[in-house]
Ligand binder design. Structure first.
Ligand SMILES: NC(=O)c1ccc[n+]([C@@H]2O[C@H](COP(=O)([O-])OP(=O)(O)OC[C@H]3O[C@@H](n4cnc5c(N)ncnc54)[C@H](O)[C@@H]3O)[C@@H](O)[C@H]2O)c1
Ligand SMILES: [Zn+2]
Length: 346
């Protein structure tokens, strides 16, 4: 199911190429339409398994940041500016992000600010980056005060997705990307909920469908004025669980749980059919993602929801579902209803 998806953004149209083996077929930076050598930015895990060899092959420089969310910060950005100077990048140059969502967000932020902005190409290598972070143009870094507090919108020249690189992805990272794919399925494409598709051998179709859901949403709402909020399905519960566990639960694990909790809350408020709860629980469990709080305190999770920047007004706000493909936003949900769901999942 090889495919090119065209994305209409406020800054013009760009393609997302999805094809197994597409990176093997690119042998020189000119194949990316570039006239001067780009700089590949990657992380310390990907450097040896894919990125350095890829950069050498296409005739690009390679800058490496330490892997992990804890390095998604301004200190890393500053070092990468120096790497870009050393690589003699000028205003007409291009930066290629080669890695997961951390690399994409950091490299995109560097590309949006270095010399007031240079060209940017995304090569997402984690399942999450392919279906979520590489689409939509949001880039940025964390501050000590919180995640993603500094950033920009930076649309890429193009996105190249090669599902073949997923062969080296650790199983836990696969599960985390699948949580976002299930979210996309619940929002807009029931096919994505079919367990038969949840395998590496089906990654091209899986990724293509999931990318299409996110593209459709961000095209209709490029600057997060409204509908894009639907992409937070499961994330209000999820962010709170991440916070309470001090990030011992990975984002995708918390989102998987959050999707189940959001479905239960939807049913409790009379929005969706009870059968959807069992369905979501089965899918989340089969992906190896947590479906119970395993000792976490519901009250602590409820309290953490109010530190979520999306509730700045102090008013609770949940993305819930009336059924597959029917998201809806509900405000001022009663504390008792939220706690009842969390207690049932304890
Ligand atoms: N910009 C957005 O719209 C957006 C949306 C969602 C998430 N994000 C951000 O994305 C980040 C999470 O992304 P992530 O889950 O990809 O994290 P990540 O970049 O840390 O990658 C996860 C791990 O997998 C490794 N990895 C990636 N691809 C691999 C491969 N093919 N083989 C082997 N190892 C591989 C990485 O080195 C890392 O250790 C967060 O910082 C989050 O804020 C951004
Ligand atoms: Zn997410």
């Amino acid at each position: 199911m090889e495919k090119t998806i065209q994305v209409n953004s406020p800054d013009g149209t760009y393609p997302i190429y999805i094809k197994t083996g597409i990176l093997d077929s690119m042998t020189h930076y000119a194949d990316f339409g570039l006239k001067t050598p780009p700089l590949v930015i990657t992380d310390s895990n990907l450097e040896s398994i894919h990125a350095q060899a890829f950069a050498d092959k296409i005739g690009a420089g390679c800058a490496v940041m330490p892997a992990g969310e804890s390095h998604k910060n301004l200190a890393t950005v500053s070092r990468l500016y120096s790497d870009a100077i050393r690589a003699k990048l000028d205003r007409s140059s291009t930066i290629i992000a080669f890695g997961g969502g951390v690399v994409g967000d950091v490299a995109g932020f560097v590309a949006s600010t270095y010399m007031r902005g240079v060209g940017f190409i995304q090569i997402p290598t984690s399942l999450l980056a392919m279906v979520d972070s590489s689409v939509g143009g949001k880039v940025g870094v964390d501050l000590p005060e919180g995640k993603n507090l500094v950033g920009a919108f930076k649309q890429p020249i193009a996105v190249y997705i090669d599902p073949a690189v997923l062969g080296t992805l650790p199983p836990r990272e696969w599960g985390c990307g699948m949580a976002e794919i299930i979210k996309h399925g619940l929002l807009a494409d029931e096919t994505l909920l079919d367990p038969a598709l949840h395998h590496l051998s089906r990654a091209e179709e899986l990724v293509t469908r999931a990318v299409q859901v996110k593209v459709d949403v961000v095209q209709r709402d490029p600057y997060e004025a409204g509908e894009r909020a639907h992409l937070n399905l499961g994330h209000t519960f999820g962010h709170a669980v991440e916070h309470v566990t001090h990030y011992a639960w990975a984002h995708g694990e918390a989102v998987g749980f959050g999707l189940l909790a959001a479905t239960m809350l939807s049913h409790r408020l009379g929005l969706c059919d009870e059968s959807l709860i069992g369905r979501v629980e089965g899918i989340v469990r089969d992906l190896g993602l947590p479906i119970r709080l395993n000792g976490l305190d519901p009250e602590a999770i409820y309290a953490a929801m109010f530190t979520d920047k999306k509730w700045a007004s102090g008013k609770s706000r949940f993305v819930l579902i009336k059924g597959v493909g029917m998201p809806t936003i509900v405000e001022n949900v009663a504390k008792d209803d939220v706690l009842a769901v969390l207690s049932a999942l304890s």
